[in-house]
Write a protein of this length. Sequence first.
Length: 431
Amino acid sequence: MADDNWALRGDLLDFTGEPAWGQTQPPEVRWRPDHWVLVRGRHIEAVQAEPPGPEWRRVEHGGRLVLPGLIDTHVHAPQLDVLASYGTELLDWLNDHTFPAEARYADERTAQLGAQRFVKALLRHGTTAALAFSTVHEQATHALFEAAHAQGMRMISGKVLMNRHVPATLQDDVQGAEQACRRLIERWHGTGRCAYAVTPRFAPTSTQAQLTMAAKLLREDPSLYLQSHVAESQAEVQWVRELFPQARSYLDVYASCGLLHRRTVFAHGIWLDDEDRVQLRDAGATLAHSPTSNLFLGSGLFNWRQAHDAGVRVCSASDVGGGTSLNLLRNLAAAYQIQALLGERLTAWSALHSVTLGAAQALCLDGEMGRLEPGCAADITVWDWSHDPVVQHRLSLARGLHERVFAWFMLGDERLLRAAVVAGRVVPREG
Ligand SMILES: [Zn+2]
């Protein structure tokens, strides 16, 4: 049920554009303490300092931090089952943990329950929109869209394409996969806030013919998304070199098939070269940096600054279950640490922008989400600053907004979330 005509009070933080790298006081940070967000139906109607009139039901979160709903640009719906799986790097991790877990989604009921669990988990972690991998199964992908649609949330997903180098139970073929994609696109692309992403898992698990089929789908409908992985680990890059000897680079496997466009989002991109970055920039494609995943699997340190300076769009993502938390604050804290190891400093503003307005722009959805702005969908999160006396003490000593917000997300997590609002509806808290 949508709560009609209500107003939320709190300290509003969002962005009017991309903050410059390394700047702690950029003009694009919009800080509106003690303001009201007026919500009518599914949308934000106004944002104002004055209290609203009596026709607006008031919801008080005075003193709490109010952000746009967070946007996860790379996450795997079936992988809650393999969070924190011990002892492997990417390729072994897929074989030992991930493929067996995904195989269970062949069962319709397992897939339904898994989809519902995943969508609720996202919301409980402050994520109100996602670009997510399903499994290879058509039914499981239906189930994921259904679960998200029931919550009114923005979900971009697709059936995973993989027709080789995976267990036989998870293998599709070019023709069957194409038909399944077409049925899913017909049913879900543009239904409510659902959209379809053509989803080759990664180059090693698709033949050239399957990648070419994926590109055909994209050519036929440029409003479709493309999500995949690129250059995550060195062993993977080496394998791609062996499988596609004619390609200049891993990225070039996708580019030469026609899979690189404005709505393309590649997870990772740790092991790219300058020419790859130029290609990504020219296409307007996005890298979904997945910090806790890169650390957990030991894949490498993503050089955000290098990608940024090359003009490549970079968002931050959880990549659960390679990543260790669905909560994007935890992932941003890891992103800061990765940059620190590379001798760079990621500001709180670049970090938060990459999971709000920056992510919305990457998905061509900045008219809909990522900002606290009239006309946008009312996707809003409300956060406590802290629940802990040590953190409270630290925040009280902050010498400015950047210092305070930085310490907040470095030390915080989903337990600080007080409310998530999706398209005007307050998500009920469970448990
Ligand atoms: Zn992934």
